[in-house]
Design a protein around this ligand. Structure first.
Ligand SMILES: Nc1nc2c(ncn2[C@@H]2O[C@H](COP(=O)(O)OP(=O)(O)OP(=O)(O)O)[C@@H](O)[C@H]2O)c(=O)[nH]1
Ligand SMILES: [Mg+2]
Length: 242
């Protein structure tokens, strides 16, 4: 029996065919390794069209699809609750808008099987990574931001705001999380780094979504600094749950 199993967290607001393609790609390439897909939705915001696709996926994949209705708000709230209910030894955090290329999950799982204690995270800033259709101003700000935080945290990591990673589930379940909005994605790498957990990157090409709209308004990009600076001064015991 394998001791490695994966919970794949897939948050959904307005995705339809992108969600379907995400699950189809991950399942066809990694079916045996994946224990469950946690599809996390908001009763208020997830669209009827998305719910229709989710129902179809439940029929297709049965109990492997777990649908969770979030009670905490926003993307961070959705993922935080999914971390709590994940049953796999490892947890993949991704999106359902195809901005996290589902073909990479295979690589995440292979590397995680070799080094189960570490985090494997995708980067758009190295190797074969990159951006297609990214807002030019956001691109520039993102570059400066990544450089600033890699110097501040003395890390080789080049993409700390991209929410596409695999974690040991026990790790994410022992951390006290704070953010509810998109800066949560940054928090999920900074807190493990402060705990001394190793993280390695694999390149990923980011391609703008073809349907729906982002839930991350432009000015929210500035609130990443709050958690980015706060975590730097936290002690280990403040990062772990009490
Ligand atoms: N359940 C749930 N899903 C969410 C929420 N906010 C975003 N998502 C989903 O999480 C994924 C990533 O969110 P996006 O809003 O596309 O944000 P992003 O791609 O990180 O940010 P941009 O770079 O601005 O596009 C998408 O699949 C969204 O549908 C939320 O509050 N609840
Ligand atoms: Mg997106």
């Amino acid at each position: 029996m394998s001791t490695h199993s994966v919970s794949c967290i897939v948050p959904v607001i307005n995705e339809t065919f992108s969600l379907e393609q995400t699950i189809a790609a991950v399942e066809s390439q990694n079916g045996d390794s994946i224990l469950e897909y946690i599809i996390v939705v908001s009763s208020a915001k997830t669209t009827p069209e998305s719910f229709a696709v989710i129902e179809k996926l439940q029929q297709q994949y049965g109990s492997k699809v777990v649908v969770h209705r979030q009670t905490l708000k926003f993307l961070g709230g959705a993922i935080r609750e999914s971390f709590e209910i994940a049953r796999g030894t490892h947890t993949v955090m991704m999106s359902s808008d195809l901005e996290t290329d589902p073909n990479l999950v295979k690589e995440f799982i292979a590397l995680s099987k070799e080094q189960p204690e570490i985090i494997i995270t995708a980067t758009r800033w190295k190797g074969g990574g990159g951006f297609d259709g990214y807002n030019p101003l956001k691109y520039l700000l993102n570059a400066v931001f990544q450089k600033f935080f890699s110097l501040l945290y003395r890390t080789h990591l080049s993409d700390m705001t991209y929410g596409y990673r695999i974690f040991p589930t026990a790790l994410v379940q022992k951390i006290h999380w704070e953010e509810l909005k998109h800066p949560f994605l940054l928090e999920t790498i900074l807190k493990p780094l402060k705990l001394g957990v190793k993280a390695i990157e694999i390149p990923c090409r980011w391609e703008a979504r073809k349907e729906g709209v982002s839930q991350n308004p432009f000015f929210n990009n500035f609130i990443y600094f709050r958690i980015g600076l706060k975590v730097l001064f936290l002690k280990k015991e403040d990062i772990l749950k009490k």
